[in-house]
Design a protein around this ligand. Sequence first.
Ligand SMILES: Nc1nc2c(c(=O)[nH]1)N[C@H]1C(S)=C(S)[C@@H](COP(=O)(O)O)O[C@H]1N2
Ligand SMILES: [Mo]
Length: 410
Amino acid sequence: MKIDEEDEPSMTIDHQVFKTYAVEYECTTMLQMKLEGRILVGEPFNAEPHRFGLISSYVTPVDLFYKRNHGPIPIVDDIERYRLSVTGLIEIQKEFSMRDIRDLPKYTVAATLQCAGNRRTAMSETKKVKGVGWGVAALGNAVWGGAKLADVLELVGVPKLSSTTLRGGKHVEFVSVDRCKEENGGPYKASIPLSQATNPEADVLLAYEMNGEPLNRDHGYPLRVVVPGVIGARSVKWLDSISVITEECQGFFMQKDYKMFPPSVNWENINWSTRRPQMDFPVQSAICSLEDSNVLKNGKVTVKGYAVSGGGRGIERVDISIDGGKTWVEASRYQKPGVPYVADGIHSDKWAWVLFEAKVEVQNGTDIVAKAVDIAGNVQPENVESIWNLRGILNTSWHRVHVRVGRSSM
Ligand SMILES: Nc1nc2c(c(=O)[nH]1)N[C@H]1C(S)=C(S)[C@@H](COP(=O)(O)O)O[C@H]1N2
Ligand SMILES: [Mo]
């Protein structure tokens, strides 16, 4: 187990703040994560699985799903008293019990959640960045079950496909139960545009199930938002209230974090207001069947990994190189067993990753490289230097692993 405190010190919690909710740091699957993954920060709890385990199935088991928390994990156990309030610039202010939410039509959506900080550690190798030191596994693919946000908003008088309400609301803010130091002890929050929230095709869910099981505490019990195709930070867990507002959410994680800056911006000259909060994530892929550095018995090796893009853009191609990126072969892509993957096909899960595989044979020591292309023709950048940013988000540079061919005695 490696505990990497980085710049996220533990905080003191004011227990007075939590009148109805108890809090704990440890996640329910902590032991599992110790066995099968890596705990990056103990308090607040942040962990990712081993890359090998991550790609062993298309749907990521809950135990292997990365956990990313900015504060202690709350316990919401009085389900009878739990209410989701929907307020703001709408016609009808309303409170929903869990029963009310469950009574709405239920949808299941396969969607990959990816933390914007996935692959951050590799960005630090160029020049140090600030944040939790994630490897390549700060993402997971789950089947989320719940009500559509668009249906809930319709019940408070906001029609489908609205970009503004009669009272001038343009954004939908999600406020959680957990408290974090970045918000000075206030709740974690985020927002998305009303046009996305009211678009049934955007599949934004208020989810109470993950992989067919009730959502567990680590992932937001009893109710969380899932915004498919968008960085994980906007999928607010332990949802407490929803508010329709004029401007995007002014919370820390919208305004002072999760924005991508050019390489020239440093901690002395940063002006947070010059950039928009990051929403869609760019095209990404990583090799997971090999470590960063490997010794092979003979040259034959199966290269497996994941590829995913934001905004519902499918994966058109995954290229593999066994000469450091000079020449390329195409990997095969797959999602569900027995269903051929078509990047924009109706039988494909548009919000979900694809797994890829290529069998190659290397002669000498080399770098094996992967890069993915999405249906818009977006390609991962070759070098991390060109996308370096001080918060270390969205490292989507070509993923390289080193292999050597040696004797079995090595
Ligand atoms: N309430 C709350 N929601 C949250 C967070 C949080 O700290 N508190 N972290 C966000 C971030 S940055 C990510 S990447 C995802 C992680 O979801 P997971 O822990 O279920 O994998 O949740 C998001 N939602
Ligand atoms: Mo995140």
